[in-house]
Write a protein that binds this ligand. Structure first.
Ligand SMILES: Cc1ncc(COP(=O)(O)O)c(C=O)c1O
Length: 421
């Protein structure tokens, strides 16, 4: 039996209707931006494999560091024990994070990082003797697939089967309309009981790479800070250079109380996430009673191999070449926008840093839209991995993408758009 048949026998793939899904493509190697299948076909990974990869696949620098660490210590229980990779990673991260971020709590994926932030926010207020359990989020938000993360996210086809079990979260208008968002936030604040405001800073990923201004986010956060409401920045997608700065919140003055990191944290090498918080939040959990502590953890919390990959990835990100690459990708996107923006089928075209999104005129805009499936297949057939979000085609490439490869991605999209005119 070949790999495709064996996959069919065993594997239940994520976000997939298994009955009608095309056979999964067996990837045997990753090199730079390229994914290589069993038959030797190559695909340019223009979405960084679900937004995780920063420096290309199977990066030798990260691979070497991981191999060395594996021979020293693969894992140790993180309650009562510690190790250098975890501490060093926090030390390195703290140089890039807003200066108020003091403590780091490890987990394994973006949803868990969000879940932890939500739990910390609720217990923070409980520990302070206040019963604040409501959340405010943005219309269209996506924060992950666990129950808390789903509750904070916009209601959708993903969360529909569980709608009766999700807790209350008010979704204020998407801040492209600044006044509507501000007004709605103030109205919610007046009702009282809000533990935290959670948001994807500057770019909402899963909603279709929807973008809004740093200045608007600053205003919304300022309102929350003045009202004593915690701000949770979900940087799971936007973190590690995607928006042009290491973190999206580096572009605003207001400082979040909690930040969720994952995806690019390990450079796309291993599952790893961190929830960071202020000293004030951490201090609210201190006491002589166990009840006041944050009684949360996962078996693989603080995994040394994941932390080592993250340190190596951050070192690569800090290099001048990588910072230049981020700027160059952004510049190339700007030029490409000018090249295609008069094509009839385009409804909106937008960019923040290395993220480019092209929204098409279409009647069907959801995840299940037939346009999405057709575009996905057409792009793959031409050797480019792009997974449109409904009627939105987006590019979110690894920073090592070569000029020639990026031009191929542009060309494939441009040809497709012209065909659709
Ligand atoms: C902003 C944001 N938060 C959280 C998540 C969930 O992360 P994970 O898929 O690692 O659980 C995602 C995933 O796409 C995301 O984009």
């Amino acid at each position: 039996m070949g790999l495709v048949e064996r996959d069919k026998k065993y594997i239940w793939h994520p976000f997939t209707q298994m009955r009608i899904a095309e056979a999964a493509i067996p990837i045997v190697k990753g090199e730079g931006t390229l994914l290589i299948d069993e038959k030797g076909n190559t695909y340019i990974d223009a979405i960084s494999s679900w937004w995780v990869n920063l420096h290309g696949h199977s990066h030798p620098y990260i691979a070497d560091k991981v191999y060395t660490q594996m021979q020293k210590l693969e894992h140790v229980v993180f309650a009562g024990f510690t190790h250098n990779p975890a501490v060093e990673l926090c030390d390195k991260l703290s140089k890039h994070l807003p200066s108020n971020q003091a403590k780091f709590f490890f987990s394994g994926d973006g949803s868990s990082a969000v879940e932890i932030a939500l739990k910390m926010a609720v217990q923070y207020w409980k520990n302070k003797g206040e019963n604040k359990t409501r959340f405010v989020a943005l219309d269209g938000a996506y924060h992950g697939e666990t129950f808390g993360a789903m509750s904070a996210g916009a209601r959708s086809i993903f969360s529909a089967p569980f709608s009766d079990l999700l807790f209350e979260c008010t979704h204020i208008p998407f801040p492209k309309d600044e006044q509507a968002a501000i007004q709605s936030l103030k109205t919610e604040i007046d009702k009282g009981g809000i533990a935290a405001f959670i948001f994807e800073p500057l770019v909402q990923g899963a909603a279709g790479m929807r973008m809004y201004k740093a200045d608007t986010l600053n205003k919304l956060m300022q309102i929350c800070i003045e009202a004593g409401i915690l701000c949770i920045a979900d940087e799971v997608m936007t973190g590690f250079g995607r928006t042009g700065t290491t973190f999206a919140v580096n572009q605003i003055k207001a400082k979040p109380d909690l930040i969720c990191l994952s995806k690019g944290l390990s450079g796309g090498t291993l599952p790893l996430s961190i929830t960071t918080c202020t000293k004030d939040i951490f201090d609210a959990f201190l006491g002589d009673e166990l009840e006041k502590a944050f009684l949360h953890g996962h078996s693989y919390t603080g995994n040394p191999i994941g932390c080592t990959a993250a340190i190596a990835s951050l070192e690569l990100l800090e290099k001048k070449e990588c910072q230049m690459a981020i700027k160059n990708i952004a510049k190339s996107h700007e030029i490409f926008i000018k090249r295609i923006n008069s094509i009839e089928i385009i409804k909106d075209i937008r960019q923040t840093g290395t993220i480019l999104a092209i929204e098409l005129k279409s009647d069907s805009s959801g995840y299940s839209s037939s346009m999405r499936q057709k575009l996905y297949q057409d792009f793959l057939d031409q050797g480019v991995l792009l997974r449109p979000l409904g009627n939105v085609i987006y590019i979110l490439p690894p920073y090592c993408i070569k000029e020639k490869e990026l031009e191929k991605v542009y060309k494939v999209i441009e040809n497709q758009l012209k065909k659709m005119r």
